[in-house]
Design a binder for this molecule. Sequence first.
Ligand SMILES: CC(C)(COP(=O)(O)OP(=O)(O)OC[C@H]1O[C@@H](n2cnc3c(N)ncnc32)[C@H](O)[C@@H]1OP(=O)(O)O)[C@@H](O)C(=O)NCCC(=O)NCCS
Length: 237
Amino acid sequence: MKPEVSCWQHPPSRLALKDGELHLWRFSLDAPPEMIQYLQSLLSTNEMVRAERLIDPLKRHSFVMARSCLRQILAKYLGLNPELLKFGYNSSGKPFLSSPTKDKLTFNLSHSGSIAILAVAMDGEVGVDIEKIDAALNFQSVARRYFTLAEMNELEKLSILRRRRQFYRLWTRKEAVLKMYGTGFSLPGSIETFVSDLDHCTLINIFLATSYVSALAVNRRITSIQKFNMLPDREIR
Ligand SMILES: CC(C)(COP(=O)(O)OP(=O)(O)OC[C@H]1O[C@@H](n2cnc3c(N)ncnc32)[C@H](O)[C@@H]1OP(=O)(O)O)[C@@H](O)C(=O)NCCC(=O)NCCS
């Protein structure tokens, strides 16, 4: 059974995840320059080192924006200051909350272009992916290389006009599943996962914006997805 999905809405002042519920957040990565210093102050030393390694200022600001929004949103659920959260990483780089551990809050983040999405759930593993549709991408050749026969058939059933979006729908589903497992593309053959055939998982494409496609994967049954827009200022604290 597919979960019920809300419209994009302002988050309530008190955030709580009910059983079977998942929250999906959408926010912009266009960091207002006057906010960058404040946003950086929320990051850990490791995150700052990572930010400083990014030579392109746009990429650096996007990273700072993504990490500070991630901290601000998770902190809201936990009733803590964002800078107090600590992240650990699995062997493929998937971040998880290492402190505090009393609430089993799980999350996954994805960014593309100037938009990021963040899925937050209780228990289990979550994966999200967002891709900006690239009108110049030779998606047929990518599909031929990475898609299964069943996925290729699914694409070829469609008119030429609808194929590109469907390619991205399938691609983001694959990435969301790999990010849910936490392996990313590090496992040989992992990209061949047939994304419609997963037991005990919730796997769904989510509408985000006209030129973007996104997907969400969770390794448990989700009955409701609440979608929130993050406020573009400090009020989220
Ligand atoms: C994870 C991966 C699929 C991300 O793909 P992408 O489309 O470039 O990026 P997205 O925007 O969707 O996701 C990036 C975010 O996912 C999270 N992430 C990182 N590694 C992840 C993983 N293995 N699984 C799930 N999520 C991961 C992070 O929050 C990251 O954001 P950050 O860089 O700002 O911290 C890709 O980088 C990958 O395959 N990584 C594995 C590589 C690996 O095994 N490296 C081993 C040495 S660390």
